[in-house]
Design a protein around this ligand. Sequence first.
Ligand code: HEM
Length: 456
Amino acid sequence: RGSGLPHPPGRLPLLGDVAELRGNRPFQRIVDEGRGLGPIFTRKVLGTEITVVSGADLVAELADEQRFSKKVAGSLREVRRFAGDGLFTADNHEPNWARAHDLLLPAFAMSSMRDYHPAMLSVANKLLARWDVAAPESTVDVPGDMTRLTLDTIGLCGFGFDFESFERTEPHPFVEAMVRGLLHAQNRGRRLPGTTRLYRKRDDQHERDIELMSEVVDEVIRERRASGDTSTDDLLGLMLNSDGGPDEVNIRYQVITFLIAGHETTSGALSFALHYLAKHPAVLARAQAEVDALWGEEDDPQPRYEDIGKLRYVRQVLNEALRLWPTAPGFTRAPIEDTVIGGRYPVAEGQPLLVSASLLHRDPVWGDNVDNFDPERFSPEQEKQRPPHAFKPFGTGERECIGRQFALHEATMVLGMLLHRYRLIDHARYQLRIKQTLTIKPAELTLGLVRREPRE
Ligand code: HEM
């Protein structure tokens, strides 16, 4: 029996929405195919029907913590194989969630960003050094370098560990294992019944990837222990040195979680922002005027912590990039008890409801030209006029992204520094394509660079 809700055309009785089984871009497909289907619809993959919610009014209801909570379902459930009951993949009732959340929350408060700022800046300077070498003769691999930056930043700030990504030609092995691991989690639920044997090689590889991720993390922990340091109160220090802190296994899960959650999404957000800036000269000019006003004619400004909050337009650019392409493109909620949403759609206790942030961010509350890149949408005047739950790139409620301030501080600073230093050249007339490994980023985006004279 179907739910009676709209669904994509061409559904077959046993296979479901066959288009879902093709390709590697299930979230992208939600954006392409979900748009005509209204604020709530279903997708069926094999035997499993998933309800997708994207209307702003309905999402506002799902944000009510009295009636709904996070559900670890689908691909995220698969991620538990390597992230266990770490913060991202823990069920609400698992004791390790509240334990780790309460312990680590202060380390993500705005005031803690002041402590991370110098390490963030040191990694940003490595990126600039690399891009200085590339400009103006060659082009840069934007998502690749943003991933180097964000991995090294979370490694250093969270765990005092240097992945040295800018000193390597290939990504750190952790990144390769992680990307394959996330893809595996994403695609596993879409296998046809009885085909396990066909996937043996990939499943074996997955085991090895999990092993490698665990080894890298164990080395991070070992290094800290060996140093005899018990006073550093970064994320790792807090976990290792607090009374009643998480146990060994859970610490490993948390470190894997932070390494994954802490860099893929931020790197995608920076990449999309750079893509749109290269395509929108007027926006780029305005953002550059903002950084020039702050850092004047300095050749090599070293932003202070206080500067970052002043980069308001740069922040609007990032928000607008996250609106169009929320790099964690969805999250799942479930009713705490049977209820009705939108006054007419019955939903059962525990039933997963996938919120598509990508579609929510293109809801009519955003106006007529929802596909246009326009950072003005995040001006204080326009923000005031929008319903409160229309923008959800960081999830919602108590399970909202703990690293939000961290990501925004890092990304705003780096974007500001890049814009101050370079003209961005869209040398390949890049057409946006999305690469998805649970998170999304612009596939194969390269840019040319020319050093700017300050105030050019
Ligand atoms: C949770 C997005 C950066 C750590 C989440 C969720 C979203 C999200 C949507 C909620 C997922 C759900 O409800 O299932 C993003 C985006 C980022 C970003 C778009 C960058 C632009 C970061 C960073 C860190 C981080 C930098 C760590 C340093 C986490 C953790 C959770 C989380 C640990 C789970 C929180 C909990 O359930 O207690 N993130 N994130 N994220 N994020 Fe982020």
